[in-house]
Design a protein around this ligand. Structure first.
Ligand code: RRO
Length: 301
């Protein structure tokens, strides 16, 4: 099947942030059955991120307050070069800028690389202290950043949106009107807090963080379906997917491809081969010949 004109071996995709940027991990995910990989969001300069603990487990998934730890765009793109020398997978380079100009500079840097697709992270929940509200919650910033990037990018552009937006359908529509080629949704939810009752303290050093994992899957499905009905561009769905059946549900809701993040932390890299096998079995048993047949076929009651 194809996603944004790129041939992919399956709709399964590594979500941003879960395996960093090293080409060998990204290559392993492709060998395990994913069609695409997304890098950790890269900024112009390297960032240390927040002090630990930055991850807290709870019964519904994970809370993270990573704080955009990354080695910077230059080093990230060196790994992308190695990735493309090593395998046939499709790469999505995720970038984060503190303002429109930085997003533009990042897009220009990515133009000079073999990256296939460019994802704009407009929705990191963990850097509000430095950059104020995530851009995906500010309609005029979505329009400004997406237009500026699409004017210079030589590869297709995805806008990654937040479930915290008041009306994510409106935000997706603005991204589409500004030239985005696809929507990635959803980034982590909240903030949430996990408490250590003995210490009488939040587990995260930063006190709160974005929620991911099975607890956000129903929200992701609902919002993806809403956006599917609103825009014409494809959706890279993500949020709580850990099995092949979860991926099938997300495609039925309207996603053209499905990214797995937190489940890699829980289940290890085998999650891709397991999910692909389960998807393929479901499709064979229910008479679907190819993945795109699943997209948006949900019938509402
Ligand atoms: O690095 C993070 O703290 C982070 C990012 Br950039 C993001 O987009 N989503 C998230 O939950 N954490």
């Amino acid at each position: 099947m194809k996603f944004l004109g790129k041939e992919i071996s399956s709709p399964l995709t590594l979500a941003s942030g879960i395996l960093g940027i090293s080409f060998s991990s990204l290559q392993r995910v492709i060998n395990d059955g994913a069609g695409m990989v997304t890098t950790k969001s890269l900024s112009l300069e390297p960032r240390m991120g927040h002090e630990g603990p930055i991850i807290a487990e709870f019964e519904g998934g994970l809370l993270n307050s990573v704080g955009l730890t990354n080695p910077g765009i230059e080093e990230g793109l060196l790994e992308i070069e190695k990735f493309h020398q090593a395998c046939q997978g499709v790469s999505i380079v995720s970038v984060f800028g503190g303002n429109t100009q930085e997003f533009k500079q990042l897009a220009e840097a990515v133009n000079g690389s073999p990256a296939d697709l460019l994802e704009l992270n407009l929705s990191c929940p963990n850097v509000e202290d430095e950059f104020k509200r995530p851009f995906a919650l500010v309609p005029e910033m979505v329009t400004e950043i997406v237009s500026a990037v699409c004017a210079v990018s030589s590869i297709p552009v995805l806008a990654k949106l937040s479930p915290n937006a008041l009306d994510i359908g409106e935000i997706a529509g603005l991204a589409e009107a500004a030239g985005a080629d696809a929507i990635t949704m959803i980034n982590t939810l909240g903030h949430g807090m996990v408490i250590d009752p003995i210490a009488k303290r939040p587990v995260l050093r930063n006190n709160f963080g974005g929620m991911s994992g099975p607890c956000i899957k129903p929200l992701a499905l609902k919002l993806i379906h809403d956006v599917y009905k609103t825009v014409k561009i494809p959706i890279l769905g993500t949020g709580g997917v850990s099995t092949g059946l979860d991926a099938v549900e997300m495609m039925m809701a309207g996603a053209s491809a499905v990214a797995i993040g937190t489940a890699v932390y829980d289940k290890g890299l085998d999650v891709f081969s397991l999910a692909k096998r389960e998807m393929d079995t479901f499709m064979r048993e229910h008479g679907y010949a190819d993945y795109p047949e699943l997209i948006g076929i949900l019938e509402e009651n």
